[in-house]
Design a protein around this ligand. Sequence first.
Ligand code: SIN
Length: 529
Amino acid sequence: MSTVRTLRTDVIVVGAGIAGMSAALHASGRRVVMLTKAGVGAGGASPLAQGGVAVAMGPTDSPEAHAADTVAAGTGLCHDEVVRAVTNEGPARIAELVEWGALFDRRPDGALDLGREGAHSLDRVAHATGDATGVELVRTLASAIMRSSRVEIIEHHIVVDLLFERGRVVGVVAIGRDGRPLLVTAATVILATGGIGQIYSHTTNPVEATGDGLALAAGVGARSAELEFVQFHPTALDGPDRPMALLTEALRGEGAVLVDDRGERFMHMEHAMADLAPRDVVARAIAVRRRLGRRVFLDASGLGSLSRRFPTVVDLCARQGLDPSQDLLPVSPAAHYHMGGVVTDLEGRTSVPGLRACGETAFTGMHGANRLASNSLLEALVVGARCGEDLARMSLQIPVAVSEVQSHSDFPWADSPWLDDGGNQQAAYDLRVIMEAGAGVERTQGSLTIAHEQLAELRRVVAPQPGELAHMMRVAALILRAAEARTESRGAHFRADVPWSSPCWLQDLVFEGDRLIPPHVVQPAAAVG
Ligand code: SIN
C-alpha cells in the first residue's frame, strides 16, 4: 500500500504554462503549490507557441482596433466586455514581461517588431527569437517562479480528482510518476492545465493536453461553455511527427502562400483576405481539398532565408528532410486550441466555490467561435495575472486539514493514470480516431451520432480509472454533445448538414457538470470560485 503524502497551502495551481505561472506570480503573499505533469519550463503547449502575443502596441494601432478584429473573427459570440478588458491590458502585461527580462524581437529603433497573422487588420503580434516566442515567455516566467520562495513546485504529478467538501473545492488528489498519491488542501484551486488536443489524431498539442482541467471541473459540477468550438490550425506539417509540427501563421503573414498539388493558389476564391483569412476559413478550405483527394502545400520559398525569423520552423522541417526556403511543405489542419472551457469571469472564478481556471482551460468569452491568432497568450497573461492579484487581495478561507477531508479515492489503483505508462494506449488511439472522424473540421449529425455511439461503447469496454484516459473520454463526450446540440455552423464549428449560421444561435451553449443546460434557458451564474 502506497503511503499517502499530504500538504496544506493557500493556493494550488494545476499546470505550469503561461496562465498558471502568471497566476502564481501575481498571488503575492500567498503560499502556492504548483503541480505539473511535466517539468516547470518544459512540457505543455506554452513553449510550443510560435506566433506570439497579439497586442495593440503599433504606432497606428489601438486596443479598440484589436478588439474589433477579435470580435469580427469570433463571429458573434465574443463577450465584448471581456475582449475590451483583455485588449486594453495587453500593453501593460508586455511591459511587465519586459521588466522581468523577456527579450522580444525589436526593430533598429527599439520598437517592438510586430508581425501579421490571419484576420488581424494590422501588424500586431509581438514575438521573440523569431518564432520561439513561447520558449522565451516560459523561460522568463519560470525563472521568476523558481526564484520565488512562496511557490513550491511539484513536478511529474497528475491531478486525478478534486477534493470537494460541503459544496466547495478544498484541494486535489494527485499521483506522482512513481505511483505515490499526494493529497493537497488549499483555500483555492486554479486549473490551468491547457487544452484538449490529444483527443484528436491530428493535433499540434503536446502529450499533456488531455483535457484534465475541464474534466476535473465537470466532475464537481462546474459550468463550462462553447465546447463545440475546437480550433483547427490550418497548417500543421503533414508528416510523421506526433504531435504535429506547427507551421506558424506568421509565415503567411510574411508572404508564404497555400497552393494545391497543381501548384495553384486557391485562398483568393475563398475569402477577401485570401491566405490571411480567419483560421476556420483557411482550415476548411484545406480540409475540403484533402477530402477530395488533393494535397495542399505551404509555399514559403519566396521568403528567402528563414533561419533568423523562423528558426523553429526551419528546425521542425529539417527533421522531416524539408527545407522551407526551397521545398513545398505539405500541410493538414490539426486540432490546435479549444475556445470552449470552464466558464470563468476575468479573475478566473468559476461557478464552484474554491475553484478557478485560466488559460486555455477556461472560457471567458474572449474568443467567441473562432480565436484570433495569438490572442491566447495574451488572454493567459491577462486573466492569469488578474486571478493571482485577486487572490492576493481577498481574504482566503483557511484551508482544511487533510485529515478532515473525505477522499473518495482508494489507493493504489490497478492502472496507471498516465497514458504512456499503462495499457490504455490502444483505447486512446481509438478515441482519437473516433473524434477525428466524428467531430473534426467538418461534422454532421450523422458523424456525431456515430462518434457518440462508438465512444459510449469504448467507455463501456475500457471503463478507465481516474487519469488521462478518463479525462479525455469525459471531455470528448462533452464536445460531441455540444456539437450535436448546436444545429448551425459558426466559426470553428462547421456542420456540413447545416452550413449556415442562425441568429437564434447567438448564445453560449452551457453545461453544468456533464449536463447540457437547454439553450435559451441559461441564466447567468454568479462566478463564485
Ligand atoms: C501560429 O503561430 O500560427 C499559432 C499562433 C496561435 O495559435 O495563436
